[in-house]
Ligand binder design. Structure first.
Ligand code: SF4
Ligand code: SF4
Length: 269
């Protein structure tokens, strides 16, 4: 079978719904736009994406010499029925020139080894991507043809990996529930994720910009808590928005009173 693949976006807007993985830089740049959280995904040894996940994320040692690779992804935390707040009525991105690197790299995904990228060109159910031979060639000879966006996103992920590992070390030490949740998630047939708050990241990594980011998040979290209230199917999102609003309120007030968060404690979600 030919390794040549074609792809063109037809601007149906369908991939602009639900969780949006971000780099740390893109997450912080959009703190006034997206409700932000961290999605943790654990992979067992032998998984195809294990090595890349361990490189861009971290590893977690379990009993009996078992190990998990754990991806920690800053994320625009949106229910899958919710459009990205930057999606226009015409299905176009209203921040196209400044959209996150994840959106520029679509449909490719630098959390995965390049040799597996062709698998990502199959549109999901309901997506109207053109993958016919009339569309431009985007993948050939096991490589991405126009690769600048992919390389830039991969580089950003590599550069942020040390701070995510610091966050993971802190959380594994002070929030043992997370270790249990990841272990349980990794044992499921279908890959499952665990979510933690931005405030826990800002506190654990002693982020110097934590107070400003907390203040930017407050109206966003309040808005999404309001929009998800009363819908049983969105109960988990609603509860997280509410909890995170309280954490961000605490963080912003605490940092208003003191310029450092060095001795702050992490709350679990
Ligand atoms: S930022 Fe733009 S391209 Fe990215 S998900 Fe939102 S609307 Fe879509
Ligand atoms: S699902 Fe495909 S066609 Fe629709 S906006 Fe996303 S990339 Fe474009």
């Amino acid at each position: 079978m030919s390794a040549t693949r074609h792809f063109q976006c037809t601007i149906c807007g369908q991939c602009c719904y639900g969780l949006l993985p971000l780099t740390c830089k893109d997450a912080f740049a959009n703190a006034a736009r997206f409700p932000l959280g961290f999605v943790w995904t654990a992979l067992r040894q032998g998984s195809k994406d294990y090595a890349m996940t361990a490189t861009l994320g971290t590893t977690l040692t379990l009993a009996h010499r078992k190990e998990l690779a754990v991806m920690i992804t800053p994320t625009a935390y949106l229910p899958k029925s919710f459009p990205c707040p930057a999606l226009g009525d015409d299905n176009r991105c209203s921040i196209h020139l400044n959209k996150p690197s994840r959106c520029r790299t679509m449909p490719f995904y630098p959390y995965r080894d390049e040799r597996y990228q062709a698998e990502l060109l199959k549109p999901r159910l309901g997506w109207a991507c053109d993958t016919s031979t009339a569309a431009p060639v985007v993948f050939k000879d096991h490589q991405i043809v126009l690769r600048d966006d992919f390389d830039q996103e991969r580089q950003a992920l590599l550069e942020q990996a040390p701070v995510l590992r610091r966050y993971a070390d802190y959380m594994f030490k002070y929030s043992p529930w997370l270790v249990g949740a990841l272990t349980q998630a990794s044992s499921q047939t279908k890959t499952r994720s665990v979510v933690t708050s931005l405030s826990s990241f800002l506190t654990a990594t002693r982020n110097a910009d934590a107070g400003r980011l907390a203040r930017l998040q407050l109206p966003v979290l309040n808005d999404y808590a309001t929009r998800t209230g009363g819908d049983a199917q969105l109960a988990e999102f609603h509860q997280n928005y509410r909890n995170w609003f309280q954490e961000m309120t605490y963080l912003s007030q605490r940092l208003d009173a003191s310029p450092t968060c060095a001795d702050a404690s992490v709350r679990s979600d």
